[in-house]
Design a protein. Structure first.
Length: 761
């Protein structure tokens, strides 16, 4: 028999469900759906009704199932989890790009552009410096023109100092921002850890509000760093560093990001370490096997933090470019100027610049005090009487030759030149005396040699070092040959690599010939190595930077020293790739490609080259003072290195077969190109994220006006009104049923007063 109260229970269940629906409607209407950045804060919820379990009654014709009315099955969020994942991925891309080229605030590349492409540039300063030399070449004893050269050189040095210092300030500022971003990441991971614990203790309650907070936190986190997420059955979330196996959050706890300035060579360069949820550091170990915080910056490739870590590499790279221009200009200018003679026709060996880099390049104070010390002449005693008494090759100008050479400074190869690798004289040797005068290391033999295919002939009994210099330049006017009487060395600079081929004389490349000439390909940057790279493997990464034993290629550190192997961001100014292949030119018939990896030392790579070309022909040399590497080649033809894969020429600085002017103008062009690329990436990511957020909001959000995405609030209000009408209708049905029971009670003579509905309200 059917229970007489069954209809009452059924309609009561419906009323309870409708009342819950009204509460959800109120929540949907009152809660905003997006923040100012377009992230969803609260999502719409929907009541999902189900059919209650039926009651089974037995009858004459078998069992009879009677429904008990609707019941609550679930409350779900109207949100697309697939769109959430896409939003997080695109947020990471945008977070990275906006650091480099933020259109609403000055991005890193905008600020770099303002530094290197401002009112005073290295390219402009170099051009002005060269122009001042050109003016002096026509009148080398003019005091005003000498002073103009001095002031132009001073301006170039100060421009290099200023750009380097401003980039350092930017690097320091970016480092502070990295620390701020790390603090934000730690805060969000802490919030997510708390949410996980609440979800685990929810015990079946409606946790949709918590899930909204969880998803909102994940959106914010993805804007800060590249993440990957997995969800548990209770709604908990595991967070990993994307493209790695590093856990940032799970049910056991959260990771802790830390920053450390571990690089003494590069102040302001910040590393990031991660402490796992279990408390240990992800990363390397010391020689005793103990854990050591390992810089994991290379794994952080997205979000604001990834952009900021990339930004410091970009800033540092531009610093290296500024340093390359300053260092190369300093080196070439000093090599030529020190070989020249001042206005008195006697003083020589004067450096034009002091310092070793863009950070400390400066004008020689002696030149500022006395402009007549500017060495404009190639030859000593360059007065007319000397010129008449020592007729050299016709067409060679004695006065102003050094100034003429330096006026072409932007067109000279920055670090591909020829140099005497040893002094040609036992002591000071007067370049105006004949070559058969005693005092040279090796006795010159008369004969000929060729410069870039043009023959040069000299006689040891009548020619001097000065006349040989004049003949070389006449053979090829693009070759500037000078002799430094203080160091007893020849230097040959040009706009292209120089080939000095043997003939019948012994003035050729090689240690057995009297000029001791060799082709040099030298680092165009200070490699800034804390180690001797000829003895230490490339990937040698030191945490505390002691000096290892240079006597062994397999140097080891004391057991108390913390270190690990990995990309070497400490020993080298530019981080070496793990491996690569480069080609050397000129090639030999048997090939010219060389494979290397970061377990090798540079000395081992040099030995590989020497074994190929012959140890007496090609070798590596390391200058600890200038921190430069030189490929010394005694073969007639110059060498050039080209990367096939990897970045060997970049981190060694052996990529300098280009004119100084190309380095300086290329710096300006590069920042323009980098800025345009970054802005395009940011714009594309911003548009994609906006589209994704709009799509998600159209599903899960409330639109308060016709211009905002989401479900129109009028629709939600209309649905709420319809639900209210349904609720009222059900209430009326319940009242009718209640009246029926009241009437029934009256008819049966019950003493109860009041109606059934009131007694059970």
């Amino acid at each position: 028999m059917i229970n007489s109260y069954q209809s009452l229970y059924t309609i009561t269940n419906g009323l309870i469900l409708q009342q819950l629906q009204q509460e959800i409607n109120a929540s949907n209407i009152s809660n905003p759906s997006q923040d100012a950045n377009g992230y969803l804060i609260n999502s719409l919820q929907r009541v999902n009704p189900g059919q209650g379990a039926p009651l089974i009654f037995g009858g004459a014709n078998g069992n009879l199932a009677v429904g008990t009315g609707p019941t609550l099955q679930s409350i779900t969020r109207l949100r697309d989890s697939f769109l959430d994942a896409q939003i997080q991925n695109e947020s990471s891309v945008l977070g990275f790009a906006e650091v480099l080229a933020n259109t609403s605030a000055s991005g890193i590349l905008d600020r770099i552009n303002a530094i290197v492409n401002g009112t005073s540039t290295l390219d402009g300063s170099l051009s002005s410096f060269a122009a001042a030399w050109g003016n002096l070449a026509a009148d080398p004893l003019n005091a005003a023109l000498q002073n103009s050269v001095v002031q132009a050189g001073k301006n170039f040095a100060q421009t290099a100092n200023s750009e380097y210092a401003q980039l350092q300030d930017l690097l320091n500022s970016n480092g502070a921002q990295i620390q701020s971003t790390v603090a934000k990441i730690n805060g969000i991971l802490g919030q997510l850890n708390s949410i996980n614990k609440q979800l685990l203790n929810s015990q079946g309650a409606n946790v949709n509000g918590l899930l909204d907070v969880r998803d909102y936190a994940l959106d914010l986190l993805s804007r800060l760093i590249n993440i990957q997420v997995n969800f548990g059955t209770a709604g908990t979330v595991d967070v990993f560093l994307a493209n790695s196996s590093l856990t940032l959050l799970d049910n056991s706890g959260r990771a802790l990001f830390q920053t450390n300035v571990s690089n003494q060579n590069y102040p302001g360069m910040v590393g990031v370490t991660i402490q796992s949820p279990q408390g240990g550091f992800y990363g390397g170990s010391n020689s005793s096997g103990g854990p050591v915080p390992n810089d994991l910056s290379r794994l952080i490739t997205g979000g604001n933090l990834g952009g900021e870590l990339q930004a410091q590499m970009i800033i540092h790279d531009y610093q290296s470019k500024v340093d390359q221009i300053a260092f190369s200009t300093l080196s070439v200018t000093n090599s030529i100027h020190e070989a020249g003679y001042a206005g008195d026709g006697v003083t020589t060996g004067t450096a034009f610049f002091s310092g070793l880099s863009a950070q400390d390049i400066a004008l020689n104070p002696a030149l500022l005090a006395n402009g007549n010390l500017v060495a404009a002449s190639l030859f000593p005693n360059f007065d007319p009487n000397y010129a008449a008494a020592n007729p050299a090759t016709p067409g060679i100008t004695y006065q102003g030759t050094i100034a003429e050479y330096l006026s072409n400074l932007p067109n000279l190869l920055s670090n591909n030149f020829m140099e005497s690798n040893s002094p040609v004289a036992l002591a000071y040797f007067d370049p105006t005396v004949t070559l058969n005068t005693p005092g040279l290391q090796k006795t010159p033999t008369s004969g000929n040699f060729s410069v870039n295919g043009v023959s040069v002939t000299y006689n040891a009994a009548t020619d001097t070092i000065d006349t040989i210099l004049a003949k070389i330049t006449q053979a090829d006017p693009s070759v500037y040959a000078v002799y430094n009487a203080q160091t007893s060395q020849f230097f040959l600079y040009s706009q292209k690599p120089i080939t000095v081929s043997p003939g019948t004389s012994n003035f050729v490349s090689g240690i057995n010939n009297w000029s001791f000439l060799a082709n040099y390909l030298t680092s165009s940057i200070r490699m800034n190595s804390s180690l001797n790279p000829l003895f230490s493997q490339i990937d040698y990464y030191e945490f505390t930077l002691p000096v290892p034993d240079p006597s062994s290629l397999n140097s080891t550190l004391p057991s108390t020293t913390q270190f690990n192997t990995g990309p070497n961001s400490i020993s080298f100014k530019i981080v070496p790739s793990a491996n690569g292949t480069f080609s050397l030119y000129p090639p030999l018939p048997t090939g010219n490609q060389f494979n290397w990896d970061n377990t090798m030392s540079l000395g081992a790579i040099g030995n590989m080259i020497s074994a190929f070309y012959g140890a007496a022909n090609v070798t590596f040399s390391w200058d600890s003072n200038t921190q430069t590497l030189s490929l010394i080649n005694y073969l007639p033809n110059p060498m050039n290195i080209v990367d096939v894969t990897g970045n060997f020429t970049q981190f060694t600085g052996l990529n300098s077969s280009q004119p100084l002017g190309s380095l300086s103008s290329g710096l300006l062009g590069r920042v323009d190109s980098d800025l345009l690329t970054a802005k395009a990436t940011e714009s594309q990511a911003a548009n994609s994220l906006q589209q994704l957020n709009t799509a998600q909001a159209n599903i899960a959000g409330v639109s308060t006006s016709g211009s905002t995405p989401g479900v129109p609030i009028a629709n939600i209000q209309q649905q709420a009104m319809q639900d209210l009408i349904t609720y009222n209708a059900m209430l009326q049905v319940l009242q009718v049923i209640d009246q029926m029971y009241a009437d029934l009670v009256t008819m049966t003579g019950s003493n109860n007063t009041g109606n059934f509905f009131q007694n059970r309200a």
